[in-house]
Ligand binder design. Structure first.
Ligand code: UDP
Ligand code: MN
Length: 309
């Protein structure tokens, strides 16, 4: 009995030793927890160790519909700050393609540089708003949103059948939760959800009964066909492509009617898909950045260096 146990022990011993050696080699390979930056703008600089952490599961990202975010943007002192905040959000969203449209006659150096370092797929377009439309009370960013739509349609023109995708209009000054992107990703035709801090109220929202939109909770012009902010809906790429003429209009459009004018061309209220727990959660906020005080900014350049802000 003793000799049997001893022979078993001898048989197992080399295997145990091999396992111990392999484990030892592996842990000595683990890099020091130094913050060595990895290449690329999106590098996190986090230490990585094959032994400490199992290899990340490949997420089935290829199957995810791409989210196209069209962002009109214009030059002002806070522009780079707004874009930085937005990119920090978008960088955390899988398969997001940013369509950044400058309200300008040419691409600016600031935005061009910013896009190059943004660390996410980005298309940089530009179109100037005609001067006659740059007046208070007139809709903003009509031409820029249309330029984004035109790019999207052109890109998919020669690619039938279209890849699954969702379009969303993301103004540069709003605040977006990451949950919002999970919600909109499953848009089949046109989806809707509440928007916080808009319309003179804490929030506006589509009113939902039995899974269908039946009205609008809003403090302003409840008679609008779609009483919803630009940040309150998403449209599937399929719908954008099958309605090639649907655009934002200048002609005949009253203030605050851009969303309704656009949505009327592609859907009906009955067809809308409520998101965010039947439109009972605020996942996006229509925040607006305070006009910055530059009262003490010198008239002529005084500093010894020139800094992009
Ligand atoms: N915008 C623009 N050109 C302008 C004014 C605004 O491209 O002359 C952009 C702006 O950067 C934002 C969107 O249009 O992404 C909506 O503008 P804003 O946030 O000023 O509108 P509001 O908050 O009043 O809806
Ligand atoms: Mn805004």
């Amino acid at each position: 009995m003793k000799s049997l146990l001893f022979s078993r022990f001898l048989l197992l011993l080399p295997w145990v030793l091999i396992v111990i050696i392999v484990l030892d080699i592996d842990s000595s390979r683990a890099p020091l927890p130094a913050r060595a930056p990895r290449g690329g703008a999106a590098g996190s600089g986090e230490p990585r160790s094959a032994a400490a952490r199992p290899p990340p599961q490949r997420r089935p990202e290829a199957a995810l519909p791409t989210i196209y975010a069209i962002t009109p943007t214009y030059s002002r002192p806070v522009q780079k700050a707004e874009l930085t905040r937005l990119a920090n959000t978008f960088r955390q969203v899988a398969r997001l393609h940013w369509i950044l449209v400058e309200d300008a006659a040419a691409r600016s150096e600031l935005v061009t540089r910013f896009v190059a370092g943004a660390g996410l797929p980005c298309t940089h377009l530009h179109v100037p708003t005609p001067r006659r439309y740059k007046r208070p009370g007139l809709p903003r960013a009509t031409e820029q949103r249309n330029a984004g739509l035109a790019w999207l349609r052109q890109r998919h023109q020669h690619l039938p059948p279209p890849q699954p995708g969702v379009l969303f209009f993301a103004d540069d000054d709003n605040t977006y939760s990451l949950e919002l992107f999970q919600e909109m990703r499953t848009t089949r035709k046109v989806s809707v959800w509440p928007v916080g801090l808009v319309g003179g109220r804490r929030y506006e929202r589509p009113v939902v009964e039995n899974g269908k939109v039946v009205g609008w909770y809003t403090g302003w012009r409840a008679d609008r066909p779609f009483a919803i902010d630009m940040a309150g809906f998403a449209v599937s790429l399929q719908v954008i492509l099958s309605h090639p003429k649907a655009v934002f209009k200048r002609r005949g459009s009253q203030p605050g009617m851009q969303e309704s004018d656009f949505l009327k061309q592609i859907t009906t209220v009955e067809e809308l898909e409520p998101k965010a727990n039947n439109c009972t959660k605020v996942l996006v906020w229509h925040t607006r950045t305070e006009k910055v005080n530059l009262a003490n900014e010198p008239k002529y350049h005084l500093d010894t260096v020139t800094i992009e802000v």
